[in-house]
Design a binder for this molecule. Structure first.
Ligand SMILES: NC(=O)C1=CN([C@@H]2O[C@H](COP(=O)(O)OP(=O)(O)OC[C@H]3O[C@@H](n4cnc5c(N)ncnc54)[C@H](O)[C@@H]3O)[C@@H](O)[C@H]2O)C=CC1
Ligand SMILES: O=C(O)C(=O)[C@H](O)COP(=O)(O)O
Length: 385
């Protein structure tokens, strides 16, 4: 079996090498010609899997994407050709939540506010938004949520704190967008934050997008940031990646190259899910376990004694694992060096090792026990010393 795999997929040989012959290609270079002899294709989000890509793929029987999002895959085109499809729902959701908490802690420090005094609105309450809601609520942060498709299917009764988008924009200081890109149907998300909603953002508010770039009208956001300069944007995803609007990137307080979900843990979960799906598809045993793939984390344990306030302790712990400022700085540095599009992809291709907050154990000494709910809520493993 010949398996074409995006070169940014980790643990390729360990996972797919035992199932067949692996050919690694940069995701943006996988084209119709490269699929001529392929039996299986394993991608991440940058390879558009559509009619054009499948034009000569007469042997192809399986496509897997090691990502949560599936908007780059034309599932109907696959079904018409009887090609099986698998994705990896939730695989890197924890990493995205880590990114959000790291970004908010950074903004709070720079702008001199406390997360506990803000109300956070979460748009799209699935694997990512749901975990974010849970972590923030445990940390004692006031939250509202907006997810009309869930309200439509589950009913409003069981969904306390769910409101419509206009109310969320009115009532929250921080808005976190975690919706998929949906262009059809009753709840489209394309330009969900359009010029009108961007104009409705209250002065001082924060808009964070870690869903898909097309969910926000970038031009309208750029105008609001350049004109009034009274709102803060945190952007991980962009329209037209990797050829993103560098003016918007300059105006965003935190601008990162679509790496919110780039923990090693999240990427390995994605690879492993697709490995299992492909093994099942071709009737081979999937012997490899996820635990065999992840190395021990570089920082495993932190001991906190008395003396740190909650905000400082939180920042210290977050940054011991992942400092979002590093990704912001490297995007701007690489964009200056090689231009935005090349720089954007270069940051992603050579992404440094990043683990999830849950890989860090925090021991709380006698004088710091009151930090337990905050740090547990943030996603760390906490124990009393
Ligand atoms: N920046 C990054 O690195 C990453 C981005 N993502 C993006 O985040 C998206 C969400 O991920 P998950 O939470 O795992 O997906 P999910 O499918 O578990 O949840 C998405 C939620 O959005 C809701 N939704 C759909 N349309 C909506 C609308 N018009 N308004 C409000 N809510 C709406 C759905 O009902 C669902 O509850 C992915 O589809 C992907 O595009 C995912 C992982 C990493
Ligand atoms: O899982 C998703 O959905 C994502 O957005 C991925 O984290 C994106 O990863 P790449 O496809 O850009 O490597």
């Amino acid at each position: 079996m010949r398996i074409i795999v995006d070169a940014n997929v980790p643990a390729v040989q360990a996972c797919f090498g035992e199932l067949g012959e692996v050919v690694r290609l940069p995701g943006r270079e996988i084209d119709a010609i490269s699929l001529r002899e392929a039996d299986a294709l394993v991608v991440r989000s940058i390879t558009r899997v559509d009619e054009a890509l499948l034009a000569h793929a007469s042997r192809l029987r399986f496509v897997g994407t090691c990502t949560i999002g599936t908007d780059h895959v034309d599932e109907r085109a696959l079904a018409e050709r009887d090609i099986a499809f698998a994705s990896a729902p939730g695989c890197n959701a924890e990493a995205v939540v880590d990114y959000v908490l790291g970004s908010l802690a950074t903004l709070a420090e720079r702008q001199d506010w406390c997360l506990g005094e803000r109300r956070v609105g979460i748009v799209g309450v699935g694997n990512v938004g749901g975990r974010l809601l849970e972590r923030l609520s445990t940390m004692g942060v006031d939250c509202l949520a907006c997810d009309p498709p869930r309200v439509a299917t589950e009913g409003a009764e069981g969904l306390a704190g769910f409101v419509d988008l206009e109310s969320l924009i009115d009532e929250c200081d921080v808005l976190c967008l975690h919706t998929p890109l949906v262009t059809e149907g009753p709840h489209p998300t394309w330009h969900l934050f359009d010029a009108q909603r961007i104009a409705a953002l209250a002065p001082g508010s924060v808009l964070l997008n870690a869903g898909r770039g097309d969910c926000v009208d970038g031009q309208a956001l750029r105008q609001r940031l350049a004109g009034q300069g009274d709102v803060t944007a945190v952007l991980d995803v962009w329209e037209h990646e990797p050829v993103i609007d560098s003016g918007l990137a300059d105006l965003a307080a935190i601008a990162t190259p679509h790496v919110a979900g780039y923990s090693l843990d999240g990427k390995l979960r994605g690879s492993h899910r697709i490995y299992r799906a492909l093994a099942q598809q071709v009737g081979l045993p999937a012997r490899l376990t996820l635990a065999n793939l992840a190395p021990p984390p570089p920082v495993r344990r932190l001991v906190l004694d008395a003396g740190l306030g909650p905000e400082e302790a939180l920042r210290l712990c977050l940054r011991a694992v992942y400092d979002v400022r590093r990704d912001h700085d490297s995007l701007h540095r690489e964009a200056r060096r090689q231009g935005m599009a090349k720089g954007f992809d270069a940051c992603r291709a050579s992404y440094p090792l990043r683990r999830e907050f849950a890989t860090l154990e925090i021991e709380l000494g006698e004088g710091s026990r009151e930090l337990e709910p905050l740090l547990k809520g943030a996603g760390f493993r906490v124990r009393m010393g």
